[in-house]
Design a protein around this ligand. Structure first.
Ligand SMILES: [Zn+2]
Length: 84
């Protein structure tokens, strides 16, 4: 009898944990499309709030050029290139 009670308790806990997990996964995390620093056009690269890009070679289909960028917390900056 005691075991039965324990079983039920475990199942209840699992269901609750699963429910919380689902809620977390359903929370919307909107991706942002990275824009070209030269023409301002959208590229095919997207970032999330927790995406970190360092010296990422961003390709712009409009300029047909590649620019190296850093993106941290949706903030984009041009990577410094010592040779340029
Ligand atoms: Zn561009």
């Amino acid at each position: 009898m005691n075991r039965d009670v324990q079983k039920r308790h475990t199942r209840g806990n699992n269901a609750r944990l699963f429910g919380e997990k689902t809620k977390l996964m359903n929370r919307k995390e909107a991706p942002r499309w990275v824009r070209c620093t030269l023409c301002g056009g959208k590229t095919r690269t997207k970032v999330y709030e927790d995406t970190v890009l360092i010296k990422f070679p961003l390709y712009c289909p409009k300029c047909k050029r590649e620019i190296r960028i850093d993106v941290v917390k949706l903030k984009m900056v041009l990577s410094e290139e010592p040779d340029a």
